[in-house]
Design a binder for this molecule. Structure first.
Ligand SMILES: [Zn+2]
Length: 475
């Protein structure tokens, strides 16, 4: 770890530099010392010295140094966050984005690992809760943490339209803007353009479209997408790609792959921040050879992570599973693998068994707002008369705030009278349900029991309700 290279660790700060106070808003007294101005000033000075050296340091080392300096006996307390003076100043070296494969399942292709980012590690396999416009609707960051979330996804297209990347940048980037002190991923904006915007004109250099908000003509290309994502400041950003709805003609798939490769190269050339990991996106529909060609081209460009785009966009679930089973094991073993926009619980389990590490989907929050609660046994439609007199929580044994405090009968009442608390509480439960599912998946991989967990879900999963299982439609 770069900790060993940090000359400030273990050293006592020397003298006061009051301008360092922004790094430590609430100085904490060192154990056994008086909490006087002198001690606070010493801590501030030490923090500033480390802050000045932060260009050469892993942010975890910076955080560790702060923690040891101001609170030597509580190593896990996060006292300070890495300071980002400008989004274009490189603060972190490439070592911070490290995929650590802890174990592989013997019966399936599942992997258990960790991906390090400047805002903390992500335990994989992981599910990213979606905060489309820089907020998970109705749920605070503290509630997201309590529900078990480690990483969020925000949409570049929406944030570029409102409030604008420059406004987010002005507020210190997305993590500060939305007060989420954990990893964030932004998409490239390309998929949202394809699914939301009117009047799309696609050429070899990019896409021209009308904003779905005010009809304004906007141009998005790899350079602009990366420029916006650099300004937004998420830990993981995505290359600009062309997604094609399935079924598609071989010619359409071929041309989308050619553009995706060209745009991936342009995205990497445009990328300016080494504290952000730029992932490449593999396209090619269900054509194994075309996907393999796209993956090889992206590996030649070299990305710290690879995503599969253009799935769950019209093909049947079985077609997608067959493809994933064959293709995922051919992806690099030392990089995270992200399946974009797929996320019913059974889809996640089957994809994990194929070797996928990272997921996102609007289902937990969108279904939560529509009075639909996930449980292991079935999906509960809370407006249903049968819950009118129910004292039961949404799911027995669920530790979430909603299940610990509110019965189904009360939640049904909230939806029937249109109280905003209803969507909030069911969203909290659904988010916690998904995070618990991922935790169970990780435990099952560690214990070599993923095949058993998958079988358990396959036996009880009813045929999908098309309206409630579409991840790909907008949040
Ligand atoms: Zn719950």
């Amino acid at each position: 770890m770069p900790d060993n290279n940090n000359p400030e660790i273990g050293k006592r700060p020397r003298r006061c530099v009051t301008t360092a106070r922004w790094l430590l808003p609430t100085p904490i007294p060192l154990p056994g010392q008086r909490d006087d101005k002198n001690d606070s000033a010493k801590q501030c000075h030490g923090a500033l010295q480390i802050g000045r050296r932060s260009r050469d340091l892993n942010p975890n080392a910076i955080r560790t140094a702060f923690t040891r300096m101001v609170h030597p006996h509580r190593a896990s307390v996060a006292i300070a966050v890495p300071y980002l003076p400008s989004p274009h100043v490189p603060l972190y070296d490439g070592r911070v984005f490290n995929y650590d494969l802890r174990t592989s399942d013997t019966q399936t292709s599942a992997r258990l690992g960790t991906f390090s980012t400047p805002h903390g590690p992500i335990d994989l396999p992981a599910f990213m809760t979606i905060g489309t416009r820089g907020a998970v609707r109705g749920v605070t960051p503290a509630q997201l943490r309590e529900a078990g979330c480690q990483v969020l996804l925000a949409n570049t297209y929406h944030l570029a339209l409102r409030p604008g990347a420059d406004i987010v940048q002005h507020h210190g980037g997305l993590p500060r803007f939305m007060s989420w002190n954990g990893p964030i991923l932004t998409d490239s904006g390309g998929y949202q353009v394809f699914s939301l915007a009117d009047l799309r004109e696609i050429d070899d250099a990019g896409v021209t479209f009308r904003s779905h908000l005010d009809g304004q003509i906007i141009r998005l290309d790899p350079q602009r997408s990366i420029e916006i994502q650099n300004a937004l400041g998420a830990d993981i950003i995505m290359a600009f790609d062309q997604c094609v709805r399935l079924p598609a003609t071989p010619d359409d798939l071929e041309s989308s792959v050619a553009r995706t490769i060209r745009w991936a190269d342009a995205s990497k050339r445009a990328h300016r921040r080494d504290d952000q990991a730029l992932f490449g996106i593999v396209q090619g529909g269900l054509d194994f050879n075309l996907r393999a060609r796209c993956l090889q081209a992206l590996r030649d460009i070299d990305f710290p992570g690879y995503a599969l785009g253009g799935l769950a966009v019209g093909e049947s679930p079985d077609q997608m599973y067959d493809f994933l089973r064959q293709f995922t094991p051919t992806m690099p073993h030392d990089r995270p693998r992200y399946l974009m926009g797929v996320g019913r619980p059974i889809d996640i389990l089957r994809a994990v068994a194929s070797g996928i590490d990272l997921f996102d989907c609007v289902l937990p929050t969108r279904n939560g707002r529509n009075a639909s609660a996930f449980t292991d046994a079935r999906t509960l439609k809370l407006r249903n008369e049968q819950f009118k007199l129910s004292h039961d929580p949404l799911e027995a044994g669920c530790p979430c705030y909603t299940c610990q405090n509110f019965p189904r009968g009360y939640l049904r009442h909230l939806f029937l009278v249109g109280e905003m608390l209803g969507p909030i509480l069911v969203s909290i439960h659904n988010i916690a349900y998904y995070q618990r599912l991922m935790s169970r998946i990780r435990s099952a991989i560690a214990a070599g029991r993923l095949a058993d967990l998958l079988r358990e879900f396959e036996e009880k999963t009813p045929s999908p309700d098309p309206e409630e299982s579409q991840c790909s439609s907008p949040d």
